[in-house]
Design a binder for this molecule. Structure first.
Ligand code: ATP
Length: 442
């Protein structure tokens, strides 16, 4: 499949199948904001839940946090964002399109020929807002552009209430907002998105070792979502492109249909944030080391990733358009779309169908559906040809379908169909739950 074409196909599939579409669409949409529909929100939640389980619940050295989206403006002054969260913007004098300098490509001007750019202007990418009714300097603040600052300003509170010892991490998944100059490539560059990140506090001197460990753990997690190794590549930031707080940053780039782009990253933020907040707030944000009896600001390793970019990578990886896989003559002429999501990420785990809407078939299928529903997200459908029903489930990536047919009434067995191999086998009704649990690994 042509790569450029692939993104277009994904955008149209995502809307048609109830995954993702532009926000406020009935009013023409607004650039860089998307809504996640019934299947999209399931997919996103599955990614977030797996992340939380892997990095918070399964580990003893990481705790969770949910800090507020709007924080005191003093946070953004101390962190350097008010002065430094700057993009360089240029405008084409002919077509008046605006671009981020970092993103410039040699694309043609809509008015013909090359763009003619103005000299770059600085633009703060944080969304401004005011707290309360009076709109002046004293009430001004911003929607957070990252979740990290919550972990730094709550560092002492967490340390005092959790009895953690270095090294330890604070994890958060949360909405972040960036007033991007140009939004493009579907979910890749949006203005409202969720970041999942960890601030991992270590003693300085051990930072480089933990950086390498987190880079490995981060890649392992991404691969575990069904992303192929050959589609990931590391990019080491040269010193001159490092953010103001960073000693080292490595991006994990993904081979998107529109090129290799940043999916996630790991940064060594040193003691920049804790020391800045201590200086600005006057509060002691140092760690007391019981063993060495020293007080110091720990260094911070920050693995970070955007949930929307990850969801897009997962979709790109799972999306397949093939010549008809089914044998029904009606469907044979059409291309089919199959989403090969991993079992853990699939929005619907099992679909249950009566072969036809006759005799006791729907009743038995309903009983199976009701028995499985408390355990997983299950779908029931009794309308349309069975081939079409299988295709609909393939298109949303449902790994298993259970079909109740006339033989079920004789021997209490059903057909279990596998999405990827399309193999169908018979299984006893009483064995379905255990078999599915084993297949899903839960
Ligand atoms: P970029 O260089 O692409 O603008 P960044 O280096 O500014 O990204 P970070 O500040 O490291 O990004 O943000 C953490 C993560 O948040 C990124 O790895 C990415 O997955 C995600 N992210 C950042 N900006 C956006 C955006 N506008 N839309 C969607 N996801 C984003």
């Amino acid at each position: 499949m042509e790569n450029e074409n692939k993104l277009e196909k994904i955008v149209s599939w995502a809307k048609r199948r109830g995954f993702i579409w532009p926000s406020s669409e009935i009013y023409g949409g607004i650039g860089g904001f998307y809504d996640f529909g019934p299947y999209g929100v399931e997919l996103k939640n599955n990614i977030k839940n797996l992340w939380w389980k892997t990095f918070v619940q399964d580990r003893e050295d990481v705790v969770g946090l949910e800090s507020s989206v709007i924080m005191s403006n003093k946070v953004w002054q101390a962190s350097g964002h008010e002065k430094g969260f700057i993009d360089q913007l240029v405008e084409c004098k002919k077509c008046h399109q605006r671009f981020k300098v970092d993103d410039l490509t040699d694309e043609k001007c809509q008015q013909g020929g090359k763009h003619e750019f103005t000299s770059p202007k600085s633009f703060n990418a944080m969304f401004k807002t005011h707290i309360g009714v009076v709109e002046d300097q004293s009430t001004k603040t911003y929607l957070r552009p990252e979740t990290a600052q919550g972990m730094f300003v709550d560092f002492k509170q967490i340390l005092e209430t959790s009895r953690l010892k270095l090294p330890f991490g604070i994890a958060q998944i949360g909405k972040s907002f960036r007033n991007e100059i140009n939004t493009k490539d579907f979910l890749f560059r949006v203005r409202e998105f969720e970041i999942a990140e960890i601030e991992y506090f270590v003693k300085s001197g051990q930072d480089e070792k933990y950086f390498d460990q987190w880079l490995a753990d981060w890649q392992k997690f991404i691969l575990n979502l069904g992303i192929k190794k050959e589609n990931l590549k590391l990019f080491e930031h040269p010193k001159k492109s490092l953010a103001h707080y960073s000693k080292r940053t490595v991006d994990i780039n993904y081979n998107f249909p529109f090129g290799w782009k940043e999916l996630a990253g790991v940064a060594n933020r040193t003691d920049f944030d804790l020391s800045s907040h201590e200086k600005a707030s006057g509060r002691d944000l140092k760690y007391f080391d019981q063993d060495s009896k020293e007080k110091y600001w720990p260094y911070v390793i920050e693995p970070t990733l955007g949930i929307e970019r990850l969801a897009l990578a997962v979709i790109c990886e799972a999306f397949e358009e093939t010549k008809s896989r089914t044998t029904t003559s009606q469907a044979a002429s059409e291309n089919e779309i199959v989403l090969h999501f991993t079992n853990l990420l699939a929005p619907v785990k099992v679909a249950v169908f009566p072969l036809v809407n006759k005799e006791k078939l729907p009743q038995v299928a309903q009983e199976i559906y009701q028995a499985l529903k408390p355990c997983w997200n299950i779908f029931y459908d009794e309308t349309g040809s069975i081939g079409r029903r299988y295709r609909r489930q393939d298109e949303i990536g449902t790994p298993y379908c259970v079909t109740v047919d006339f033989q079920t009434l004789k021997d209490k067995t059903v057909t279990l169909r596998d999405r990827d191999s399309m193999k169908q086998g018979r299984i006893k009704i009483t064995d379905i739950k255990g078999d599915i649990a084993q297949k899903l690994g839960c």
